[in-house]
Design a protein around this ligand. Structure first.
Ligand SMILES: O=C(O)c1ccccc1NCC(=O)[C@H](O)[C@H](O)COP(=O)(O)O
Length: 411
């Protein structure tokens, strides 16, 4: 079958996330490759130019004519696209713009699978997308695609307007960042964010007899400064009910809602469910989204833990206003590889200097099991650590904390 490729493009400047929906639409002309000599322009479609550049390189779908009639040289326009399809095509264009912005910042994770615009007619041709891009590239992308659907459903049940009304009834937040600083000055050791984590994609079920409230209380007894509560159900067997239950059980440690945030709505939801802080993952969120979400966090009295895994993400995040807390994840969320020297690598040289100048608190995350591990990341420059597996697996997680730090850090 013939394939098509762009002959000529006129491009508008790449839009920002905030303006993507309202941006001018570049136009294309296509020609059937079966015809070796350029003929009259065949037809035009309203599609972002960039799709045919980096997205093609990223294995995203390309246009393919599925039924050609005799007169392939006829000039037609998008006005022949039925109205219902036109809206869906526009939505598809905006999504592609968003992916494009993310890709330009080195973000490989796409927000949702590429489905392509709906089947539609363009003059004598009927077009559809080949769904080549609808297999997730790794577990993180799979999680994000599932989250996208989940959040859409949750939003229908609890729209933002309702959440905003509920906000007036929730107790004030506790100072997450303040608790970390206080603990660090008290113990001289990295402040502990102890994670309430039943299972994970990399390790499976970590603890069968999982009682989130009991575990949270044990962590507090053992000297944790703050707690991290996984709320993702499908991949971590967590829940917002766990977060709420811990909050309502009288645990005083500030709580981090460990979620895969892709929309501001989730931040409001977390606040209503008792969170004091929220995780923002740089591998998933473009810079403007992070900046915007940090503002929402401030508005709601929440701290934002912005998580990075490599130098590029760290550099991006250091350029964003308002970042006060950065987590360096030693786990590659795509491959599950854990290497605690990642923390050291990202804090070396000028980067470390910049972080200190900005007064940013750094949290070393994942793969910490021994006092030597804690000492190693402390020497690298962290003032806090986030630990799940090595504590949650202990029969008594409070004693597990003493084991991890090599001493009793409870007051
Ligand atoms: O833990 C995973 O398998 C995982 C997979 C995909 C995305 C995120 C994942 N974990 C989140 C975390 O980074 C950890 O829960 C956290 O840093 C604690 O790590 P650990 O002490 O190694 O349990």
């Amino acid at each position: 079958m013939d394939s098509v490729m762009p002959l000529r493009t006129t491009t508008a400047a790449t839009p920002t996330a905030a303006t993507a929906a309202a941006t001018v639409r570049p136009r294309f002309s296509f020609q059937l490759l079966a015809n070796p000599r350029p003929r009259k322009p065949a037809f035009s479609l309203s599609v972002p130019t960039t799709i045919f550049t980096t997205h093609r390189a990223r294995n995203l779908p390309q246009f393919t004519p599925v039924r050609a009639q005799e007169d392939s040289s006829a000039v037609v326009s998008e006005s022949t696209v039925p109205e219902g399809d036109a809206l869906k095509i526009k939505e598809w264009e905006v999504e592609r713009f968003q992916d494009e912005i993310a890709a330009s910042q080195g973000i490989k994770i796409r927000r949702r699978p590429t489905t392509g615009p709906p089947l539609h007619y363009v003059g004598p041709f009927e077009f559809r997308m080949q769904n080549e891009g609808n297999t997730p590239i790794n577990i993180l992308e799979e999680i994000i695609w599932y989250k996208d659907k989940e959040v859409s459903q949750m939003k229908e049940k609890k729209p933002l307007l309702l959440l905003k009304k509920l906000l007036s009834g929730v107790p004030p937040t506790r100072d997450f960042l303040g608790a970390l600083k206080k603990s660090y000055s008290r113990t001289g050791l990295p402040a502990l964010i102890a994670e309430v984590k039943k299972a994970s994609p990399s390790r499976g079920v970590l603890r069968e007899d999982f009682n989130p409230v009991e575990i949270a209380k044990a962590y507090e007894r053992g000297g944790a400064a703050c707690l991290s509560v996984l709320t993702d159900q499908k991949y971590f067997q967590g829940s917002f009910e766990n977060l709420e239950a811990i909050r309502n059980a009288g645990v005083e440690c500030p709580l981090l809602c460990k979620e895969f945030v892709i929309e501001a709505w989730q931040i409001y939801y977390a606040r209503v469910k008792g969170a004091d802080a929220i995780l923002l993952i740089a591998a998933v969120l473009p810079n403007l989204d992070i900046q915007y979400m940090i503002k929402i966090c401030k508005l709601l009295g929440l701290s934002a833990l912005v998580e990075v895994h490599d130098e590029m993400e760290m550099d991006r995040v250091l350029g964003i206003d308002g970042v006060e807390l950065i987590g360096i994840n030693n786990r590659d969320l795509g491959t599950f590889k854990v290497d605690i020297s990642n923390t050291k690598k990202l804090l070396e040289g000028e980067r470390g200097e910049r972080i200190r100048e900005k007064g940013i608190i750094v949290v070393g995350e994942s793969g910490l099991f021994t006092p030597a591990d804690i000492g190693y990341v402390q020497d690298a420059g962290v003032k806090a650590v986030l630990v799940g597996e090595s504590l949650v697996k202990q029969e008594d997680p409070a004693k597990g904390i003493s084991g991890l730090f090599g001493k009793d850090i409870s007051c």
